[in-house]
Write a protein that binds this ligand. Structure first.
Ligand SMILES: C[S@@+](CC[C@H](N)C(=O)[O-])C[C@H]1O[C@@H](n2cnc3c(N)ncnc32)[C@H](O)[C@@H]1O
Length: 269
């Protein structure tokens, strides 16, 4: 469903997303092989998809949470990665977004579309030109035109998807050929709302899981993995007195950073 934000929170330039134009096909509900964008196989079994809190996600996200879900070190690593991979004047979809943007402030885009479950959070996000609300655990279709985005981003949220195969097939569909999808995550989560395969997993298995989400859709490039662990500082442990002092007072960055990156069809040179 397309939603406009409450008037009081709505910036003057912000518009609800116009309806999808035409021709967008929903992903196959069952595994299919061969066709670009088709689902080759299912990654999760029923236990892997299950959440401890089975109530509708819309209820859980009914109230805005104007908090940051990961620490500044994580967010700095993410913005740096976006700086590296995103191009100016392109179309960006921020899937499962909220009130903060992690896009580099100095980069301007042609269009940034946000998606999430709480309209009030999305209305506060200063980088969004449009946004829409939809529950991806009820309906995985994105009301967006095929081949219309250069980048799809999903930050610290992939662990809540119960049908990731269909969502990743939709990401593939809305990306332009050569478009990039960047899925980032840490070790934090709303435990009751994370799927079983994530809750029960390790850092290694979660990276593998997201890698498989890409691999199960025909046509995504071989996923790349980026890791920045708290001890990393340009690849080396930061042993400076300042870093030691910050660690002592709990100020050091402690959220590990993982991103899995893949492109539709090909990685542009
Ligand atoms: C931990 S927050 C992360 C928000 C944002 N990406 C960020 O970096 O701050 C998880 C987000 O996932 C979204 N989400 C959770 N379950 C969802 C669902 N079933 N369908 C759509 N979005 C969902 C919520 O809107 C929520 O804002």
């Amino acid at each position: 469903m397309l939603c406009a934000p409450p008037q009081t929170l709505r910036p003057t330039t912000r518009r609800p997303l116009p309806p999808r134009c035409s021709g967008a096909s929903a992903p196959s509900p069952s595994p299919s092989s061969g066709a670009s964008g088709g689902i080759r196989r299912l990654v999760l079994n029923p236990e892997g998809r299950a959440k401890l809190d089975a109530r509708p996600d819309r209820d859980f996200y009914a109230f805005p949470r104007l908090v940051k879900h990961v620490d500044d070190g994580f967010l700095a690593a993410l913005t740096d990665l976006y700086r590296e991979r995103l191009r100016p004047d392109t179309d960006v979809l921020d899937l499962m977004s909220s009130w903060v943007s992690h896009l580099p402030p100095e980069l301007s885009f042609r269009r940034v579309v946000g998606h999430g479950l709480n309209a009030q959070e999305l209305a506060k996000n200063p980088r969004l030109d449009y946004f829409f609300v939809s529950d991806l655990n009820r309906d995985q279709r994105l009301e967006l035109e095929s081949g219309s985005f250069d980048a799809v981003l999903c930050t610290v949220s992939v662990q809540y998807l119960q049908s990731p195969e269909k969502v990743f097939a939709e990401i593939y569909r809305v990306l332009k050929p050569g478009g990039v999808c960047i899925v980032s995550f840490s070790n934090r989560m709303f435990y009751e709302k994370a799927i079983g395969a994530w809750r029960e997993g390790s850092a290694y298995s979660r990276v593998q899981l997201v890698t498989q989400y890409f691999q199960c859709v025909e046509g995504f490039t071989q996923p790349e993995v980026v890791r920045r662990l708290p001890s990393d500082a340009g690849g080396k442990a930061d042993s400076s007195p300042l870093a030691a002092l910050m660690r002592l007072f709990g100020q050091a960055s402690s959220d590990p950073f993982y991103a899995v990156i893949s492109y539709r069809n090909l990685k542009p040179m």
